[in-house]
Design a protein around this ligand. Structure first.
Ligand SMILES: Nc1ncnc2c1ncn2[C@@H]1O[C@H](COP(=O)(O)OP(=O)(O)O)[C@@H](O)[C@H]1O
Ligand SMILES: Cc1ncc(COP(=O)(O)O)c(C=O)c1O
Ligand SMILES: [Mg+2]
Length: 269
């Protein structure tokens, strides 16, 4: 038996809920084979309010990892936290070199609980080099405002405007995650493929244990694409998957609660 193969080019979240750790757990739950190219290592300071510390990895080391994985071949890939502009440019080069058409861009700019953009220069580089190559991008509300340069988004109408701008920048599809940030009774995401707007709505889970939700959502989309689903089907199935994961989010310590990556298969089947 062979498995579909996926690549995540992303950061390591030492606490295990987000980043490549979330991606690999999610890939496993979808029955696809996950491979990883690490871009940065995130550690948290237990003495200082769990503050995030990000160490980017040298671009030559990232390239060696990508060469390993791409020599094997992949069916779909995603990017998450990207440590530097050099790594972003390298990602774009490899996407072109290997004709990688199933590429999901999760434009990670902030970690939950932090309100500063981790590396502002990366936003411009993602807009220029990665958006035009993405089959879909999955910004949260804040990231959508940054990519589209619309400023803060507060309404579904604002999400639609940003979605149109993001497609003008070259992404083939977009799903903007309203999530908890949107002032709406439900957890609403907006999918746009250039033709129709589709609202994906689920009950809002009353929890702060949602660390890694965005990574899990994008990884589920990637796995679904690798398994042959259409973009729209991939997003719809990923929404079910991440909603189950958030519903079973749990407390890891006093600072963070990750989603339960395996909840969909454990409780929804
Ligand atoms: N409290 C919640 N209840 C239900 N769904 C949620 C909740 N928070 C986020 N989501 C959903 O989880 C997915 C990830 O969104 P979000 O947490 O906003 O991303 P990120 O982790 O990148 O900030 C989206 O589908 C969003 O709608
Ligand atoms: C390595 C890494 N990638 C991505 C994220 C973003 O996580 P989320 O899925 O909660 O948006 C984080 C947040 O801590 C992280 O540490
Ligand atoms: Mg995110």
């Amino acid at each position: 038996m062979t498995l579909k193969k996926t690549l995540t080019l992303a950061g390591s979240d030492s606490s295990g809920g987000a980043g490549i750790q979330a991606d690999l757990k999610t890939f496993q739950e979808h029955g696809v084979y996950g491979m990883t190219a690490l871009t940065s290592i995130v550690a948290m300071d237990p003495e200082n309010n769990w503050n995030h510390h990000v160490d980017p990895i040298d671009v030559a080391i990232v390239e060696r990892q990508l060469n390993t994985i791409l020599s094997v071949g992949i069916d779909a890939m995603k990017t998450g936290m990207l440590g530097s502009v050099d790594i972003i440019e390298l990602g774009a080069k490899k996407i072109d070199e290997y004709n990688l058409d199933k590429y999901v861009l999760d434009p990670v700019m902030v970690c939950k609980g932090e309100d500063e953009v981790l590396q502002p220069e990366n936003t411009d580089a993602m807009r220029e080099f990665l958006l035009p190559r993405a089959i879909i991008t999955t910004p949260n509300l804040f990231e959508a405002g940054q990519l589209a340069k619309t400023g803060p988004i507060k309404t579904v109408e604002g999400m639609k405007e940003a979605a149109e701008k993001i497609l003008e920048l070259g992404a083939k599809n977009v799903v903007i995650k309203g999530g908890k940030a949107l002032d709406h009774e439900k957890a609403v995401d907006l999918f746009y493929d250039g033709t129709e707007f589709i609202l994906l709505e689920k009950e809002k889970v009353d929890t702060t244990y949602n660390h890694g939700a965005g990574c899990t959502f994008a990884a589920a989309i990637t796995a679904n694409l690798a398994n042959g689903k259409s973009v729209k089907e991939s997003v719809e199935a990923a929404k079910e998957f991440v909603t189950a994961a958030i519903s079973h989010g749990w407390k890891l310590n006093q600072y963070v609660g990750p989603v339960m990556h395996g909840a969909y298969n454990q409780f929804n089947n």
